[in-house]
Write a protein that binds this ligand. Structure first.
Ligand code: GDD
Length: 397
């Protein structure tokens, strides 16, 4: 895979945000010679991608998706990567989790790939997390709360239990297996470029594609992400004193981290998880916080790559209702940041009111923050699940 080298980088204390890099070639050919090392590009060989992917877990959060879509997503994940599916699908009329398990077993019977899957509401999962010292995603009803963020954290802890060095996320409602394939290769290419142990790769979809009338319409920007990026960059300006547009991936559902970084990050719930990751880095590792939670991240530095894939993103359309909620949750992470001043807060409120995501006199929701899982005994979580879970399906190599 050949990518543009980042043309631009902003260093904020310990955090380097690289400007958007585009994918130039999905397969970049030989990595030596004039084409191999063309200036301004980085060409990562298939062998290097596969090596990195063999140490990677891909976490797929699922909630009530069409099983055909899930199967397509699985088919796109490169063979070397280990798949972890965390499902919060309903059991009501039909047992959707059962259907998903059937799809996965059938797929893996034919492909012989290892995998792990679990239901988010499994009682044994909550018990295992509580015993291992991570009760923060458990609700009052004694099981893990609803939410994409919560499912992702479950996946992260299980990836740690499996000893994976890298973790990436892929939504399960993606119609194009080829784009899934490209996303995971980009994660690997990002880790190939990274110099720090604390690296993150965030994707910026080139187009969000919809079928309108008789043709596809390629929309350049997602509504929520465009607005979140605008306010995230204003938050950056509160740190540096300079306006910037460096952050283009605030809502990147598709992103990946080294495990060394993932286990040191704090997370927030539901759809605020992705913007909160950026807020967390800005608050703690840009030098403003004099005693950051993990000083080694400040001294070695955190690298954030932002990459634009070639494939358009075509996913399940959920209607308009959840857009205002998503917007309020995303901007809530910025509004409630300790870096936000009164002017920024007032602008966020005005924006949310104008977009009918907030009523006058209200504040955006405060993110519910979950601490890092670095000291959690992840192996113990998996052992408890193996002994007690009703929903765990785990096939190793
Ligand atoms: N395990 C689990 N638990 N998965 C969930 C849950 C949950 O409670 N809720 C949703 N998911 C899964 C969905 O099945 C899907 O695979 C993925 O999480 C994303 O959910 P969507 O409902 O499809 O979100 P979206 O497409 O509107 O938003 C996506 O793009 C945004 C950027 O525009 C998500 O990736 C967002 O996180 C992202 O910010």
């Amino acid at each position: 895979m050949r990518l543009e080298m980042p043309r631009y980088m902003e260093r904020l204390g310990g955090v380097k945000f690289y400007g958007i890099q585009r994918v130039l070639e999905l397969t970049g050919g030989i990595t030596t010679g004039p084409a191999g090392d063309a200036p301004g590009t980085v060409n990562v060989s298939r062998a290097d991608l596969e090596n990195l992917e063999s140490e990677m877990a891909i976490i797929v959060p699922v909630k009530d998706e069409n099983p055909k879509l899930l199967e397509g997503v699985l088919s796109g994940i490169p063979h070397e990567a280990f798949v972890i599916i965390v499902s919060n699908s309903s059991h009501d009329v039909i047992d959707r989790y059962r259907v998903e398990t059937d799809v996965v077993f059938q797929f893996y019977r034919l492909t012989r790939r290892p995998f792990l899957m679990i239901h988010q509401k499994d009682k044994a999962l909550a018990k295992a997390l509580a015993e291992a010292g991570y009760p923060y995603i458990i609700g009052e009803d004694g099981v893990v709360r609803n939410g994409k963020g919560e499912g992702m954290i479950v996946g992260l802890i299980l990836a740690k239990a499996l000893g994976k060095r890298y973790v990436g996320f892929i939504d399960s409602d993606n119609y194009i297996p080829g784009s899934v394939n490209e996303y995971v290769d980009i994660y690997a290419a990002g880790f190939y470029m990274a110099k720090s142990r604390y690296a993150m790769v965030r994707l910026k979809w080139p187009y969000k594609t919809k079928f309108v009338g008789r043709r596809f319409y390629f929309r350049r920007r997602g509504r929520v992400s465009e607005i979140t990026n605008k306010y995230m960059n204003m938050l950056v300006a509160r740190v540096t004193g300079f306006e910037s547009d460096i952050i283009q991936t605030s809502n990147a559902g598709e992103h990946a981290m080294t495990m060394e970084l993932a286990e040191r990050m704090a997370y927030s719930s539901g759809f605020s998880i992705e913007p909160y990751e950026v807020v967390h880095l800005l608050e703690n590792y840009t030098g403003i916080e004099k005693s950051p939670p993990y000083p080694e991240m400040l001294s070695e530095g955190v690298e954030v790559f932002q990459v634009e894939p070639r494939n358009p993103h075509i996913h399940e359309e959920r209607g308009e209702e959840h857009i205002p909620r998503m917007m309020a949750a995303s901007l809530g992470t910025i509004y409630h940041s300790r870096l936000a001043d009164e002017d920024l807060k007032a602008r966020i409120i005005d924006e949310l009111i104008a977009r009918r995501a907030l009523k006058a006199g209200e504040e955006p929701p405060k993110p519910r923050v979950m601490p890092p899982f670095k000291d959690v005994d992840a192996k113990k979580v998996l052992e408890t699940l193996e002994a007690e879970s009703d929903t765990l399906a785990f096939l190793e190599d």
